[in-house]
Design a protein around this ligand. Structure first.
Ligand code: PEP
Ligand code: MG
Length: 848
């Protein structure tokens, strides 16, 4: 430390495990912001200098743990500023950085399947929230271009431009502050808002904008864009992913400032001109809806949560999506072709030949699954024992209804209307809503459409309603609880729905009911609206059905009473689980408690279904739990006759249904309800899955024209075929199981044959696959000959040497040693012939 008259210096070593990223930089800035002295810090490791009063400048210095830094304080209040700063650095700085959020993945933790591993590429990991694979050019959702129509090039007055930019920034700051103090933001949102606030108030950003306006004679908007470009370049060079990620925040802030400068003249939409992968910090539901879904092939959202409404929408459009992605993705060039693989949880930025081959295999697998499901798309979902379950779709717009019906939906079980109220300056008018609901009814072609009245509040805020600040928004003023105060809004919506009911099969549903009084109040309002329509001679469906969501546990215990008042129930497991387990559905930290496989929740759902049945009232489920194929046996066993889910999953659910029978699902549920924990439930389910027995050999397991060029591809292909044929639910894990043997000793038998095999709990039923390769490949066989024939065996755990199936495998092992058997297999012409030959040779008839 050295103290002069006007300059004081202080050296410290950065103690922060994640370096000086936005959050600690913000704390540091807060300590010095009130002093007039100039305060800078030099990172002695890279000689980057920063203004401590600017978060952007501080994070641009790329200070990492262990970097030696020199603080220089110069000015009239240098001493008190120095004291405050040193006190903060020594006592508080080490504690002002919490651990990284769990959702951020470490690059080296991704285990790639061997075919991709062989491709020798770097990938960027992310948190998969909507599964699937998409490929297209990277498009940053930055929207930072000023429309030419603004004609801003030759502006007139420097002072006007300066005051415009200052006004726009201060408007944004106060909007963010209001948002923060409303108490509606979730923990993650608060963090983002705080970062945005400190960027909006950043002195260096404003200095740069002022400098550009004063010295380069450019407009406020151009100066803002140019300043953001300047800081983005600095941040992009940082080593820390956390710092690079701030570029998206910077762009977000800039965009909002531009909107404030040019009021409504900045176009919100991004035009996609070819297959694209959209990369953004987050998107509002309206921004997402504005994207052309034909061209949108994938999304990378660095900040979005799993249950955010944009993610729910992405799910319903089947757009593969990753969240929690490291800021490194910002180094992807705009326009570069990338793959979002939300099955593996990676972004692939380097597409070489091996990568092409891997995704060609994946494509083949997806197509085969889709083809299998297509057969079921248009059929009702029926179990093997003839019981059926109605499969409906969840939507948020009328346009989605058409897609849902095309995807096989037997109606719309949940139309979330609150999306129509969000991201705008005022509520939609009755006529605007009427048009939307009428269109939904028309798009459904006579099928039922359940319109849920607005569920605003909780995590869905609507600025223009000026809802009060709350400590616990999810437990507070939300959905039906708002309707009394906003009666006009509610009645306008009821009028719109009732008017639209004259044009199709619409039903009304009320969210968040917790007591009978709420239902009676709603019924009274419906009656009043009907009377008003009658007096105006406006037609509507006088018998329109009224239902309620069962998503508050209290409602679940008064089903017999509620049954007397309403026509149907829909179980909203997203909220039911959060209120039942006292675990916030948006909070990553309590994610493990929020578990739909918990026997307590399942027993609550059983009670709801049973009580509704006894009272003769229709009951369905529309929470996310209904959309997972693995939950279907439980839902059938619980007695549900109707479910509603994101429409891309519908065909898969129907296909799954065809392989189940309700009677054994009911037995499964009896076992499950006796479990003590969700872990135990999972064991029971896994056991049940494996009891479904199939023949050891079938046509789907034989392929006589296989285009694989190495062992890794063949093993992937075997695992995919087992998956396509329902013999395993985890193709990736199966690959690893085959490799466990293969990496210890080669299964190349000689004579051009290989017999890869594995035995484990992932195999649903014993299977033999036979493949003939187009070109023989190296397999490290004992006779060094290339392999052209593959006989793969997958054996399920729990079999012993005396078991009938083990006898098949030992017969097969003996046969393979026989030249005649091998030669015959090599020349058989069709898959059917191979199946018949194996039946005969292995005496399968005796066993199956
Ligand atoms: C639910 O809570 O399960 C539900 C479907 O409603 P939302 O997710 O819109 O709260
Ligand atoms: Mg809900």
């Amino acid at each position: 430390m050295s103290i002069g008259t006007a300059t004081i210096e202080y050296e410290f070593i950065c103690p922060l495990p994640n370096g000086l990223h936005a959050r600690p930089a913000n704390c540091l800035e807060q300590v010095v912001v009130g002093f007039v002295s100039d305060i800078s810090v030099v990172n002695l490791n890279n000689n980057k200098k920063a203004n401590v009063k600017s978060v952007l400048s501080l994070i641009g210095a790329d200070i990492k743990k262990g970097d030696k830094c020199l603080v220089v304080v110069q000015g009239n209040d240098a001493k008190p500023a120095y004291d405050a700063l040193v006190d903060f650095i020594e006592h508080k700085l080490p504690d002002c950085d919490a651990a990284l959020p769990e959702m951020v993945y470490e690059t080296n933790k991704v285990i790639l399947p061997p075919v991709l591993e062989d491709a020798g590429i770097d990938v960027i990991p992310g948190n998969p929230v909507v599964s699937g694979i998409g490929r297209g050019k990277a498009v940053f959702f930055e929207k930072l271009k000023l429309p030419e129509s603004l004609n801003i090039a030759g502006f007139v007055d420097v002072n006007d431009e300066l005051s415009e930019v200052e006004r726009a920034i201060s408007e944004l700051s106060s909007d963010i502050t209001d948002n923060l103090s409303s108490g509606r933001a979730t923990v993650v949102e608060r963090e983002i808002l705080n970062t945005h606030l400190s960027i909006a108030n950043d002195v260096e950003l404003l200095n740069k904008v002022r400098y550009l306006i004063n010295n380069e004679g450019i407009s406020a908007g151009e100066a803002m864009l140019s300043a953001v470009e300047h800081f983005s370049k600095i941040l992009k060079m940082a080593e820390s992913g956390l710092i690079r990620e701030r570029v998206l925040d910077l762009r977000d802030v800039c965009y909002q400032v531009l909107k404030n400068i040019y009021h409504g003249k900045i176009d919100d939409s991004v035009k996609l001109d070819s297959h694209s992968i959209c990369i953004a910090g987050n998107l509002t539901p309206c921004q997402f809806m504005s994207l052309d879904k034909e061209k949108l092939k994938g999304m990378v959202l660095t900040h979005a949560g799993n249950t955010s409404h944009t993610v729910i929408l992405a799910r319903s459009f089947g757009i593969p999506t990753l969240t929690g992605v490291d800021g490194v993705c910002l180094n992807i060039e705009n326009g570069k072709e990338v793959i979002v693989d939300a099955d593996l949880g990676i972004i692939v930025t380097e597409i070489n030949e091996k990568v092409e081959r891997y995704y060609a295999l994946e494509n083949r697998k997806q197509k085969a699954i889709a083809q299998k499901c297509t057969i079921f798309k248009k059929k009702p979902a029926t179990t093997k024992d003839g019981s059926s379950i109605k499969v409906m779709a969840n939507v948020a717009t009328a346009d989605e209804v058409e897609i849902a019906i095309a995807n096989g939906a037997q109606g719309i079980g949940l139309f979330r209307t609150e999306m129509l109220f969000m991201d705008r300056q005022e509520a939609p008018s009755e006529d605007e809503q009427f048009e939307e609901y009428r269109k939904a009814a028309a798009n459904a072609n006579g099928s039922r459409v359940v319109i849920r009245t607005f569920d605003i509040g909780g995590d869905k805020s609507v600025g223009y309603l000026n809802l009060p600040k709350e400590g616990n928004p999810f437990l507070g003023y939300r959905a039906v609880r708002l309707y009394n105060e906003y009666e006009k809004l509610f009645k306008d919506q009821l009028r719109a729905i009732l008017r639209a009911s004259a044009y199709g099969n619409l039903e009304l549903m009320i969210p968040m009911i917790s007591c009978i009084e709420e239902v009676l109040w709603v019924k009274e309002k419906v009656k009043q609206v009907k009377e008003a329509l009658d007096s105006e001679s406006i037609s509507y469906n006088t018998d329109i059905k009224l239902g309620i969501m069962i998503e508050v546990p209290a409602a679940a215990f008064i089903i017999p009473h509620l049954s007397k008042e309403v026509d149907f129930f829909s179980i909203g497991t997203n909220d039911l689980a959060q209120y039942f387990f006292a675990a916030d559905r948006c909070n990553e930290k309590v994610k493990s408690l929020y578990n739909s496989n918990h026997p307590a929740l399942l027993s609550l759902i059983k009670k709801i279904v049973d009580d509704a049945d006894v009272n003769g009232i229709r009951v369905g489920m529309c929470g996310e739990m209904a959309g997972k194929v693995e939950n279907l046996p439980i839902l059938l066993g619980l007695g549900l006759k109707e479910i509603s889910l994101a429409s891309p999953s519908i065909a898969g659910i129907k296909a799954e249904c065809a392989g189940l029978d309700r009677a054994s699902c009911k037995e499964l549920v009896i076992k499950i309800l006796n479990c003590a924990s969700s872990d135990q439930v999972e064991v029971v389910i896994a056991e049940q899955c494996r009891m479904n027995s199939h023949a050891v050999v079938e046509v789907g397991l034989i392929d006589l024209q296989v285009d694989c060029i190495d062992r890794a591809e063949v093993i992937k292909y075997i695992s995919d075929i087992l998956y396509i044929n329902g013999r395993t639910n985890s193709p990736l894990e199966m690959e690893k199981e085959f490799w466990k043997r293969e990496s210890v000793y080669s299964t190349g038998l000689g004579y051009g044959f290989a017999i890869p095999h594995c035995k484990n709990g992932l195999v649903n039923c014993h299977s033999i696959c036979v493949f003939r390769l187009d070109k023989p490949i190296k397999w490290d066989s004992s006779d060094k000959k290339p392999v052209g024939m593959i006989i793969a065996m997958a054996i399920k755990d729990g079999e012993t040497a005396g078991d009938s199936h083990m006898q098949i495998f030992s017969r097969l092992a003996k046969k393979i040693m026989c030249r005649e058997f091998r030669n015959k297999l090599r020349i058989l012409l069709s898959e059917h012939e191979v199946v018949r030959f194996l039946y005969d040779q292995l005496a399968l008839k005796d066993i199956q």
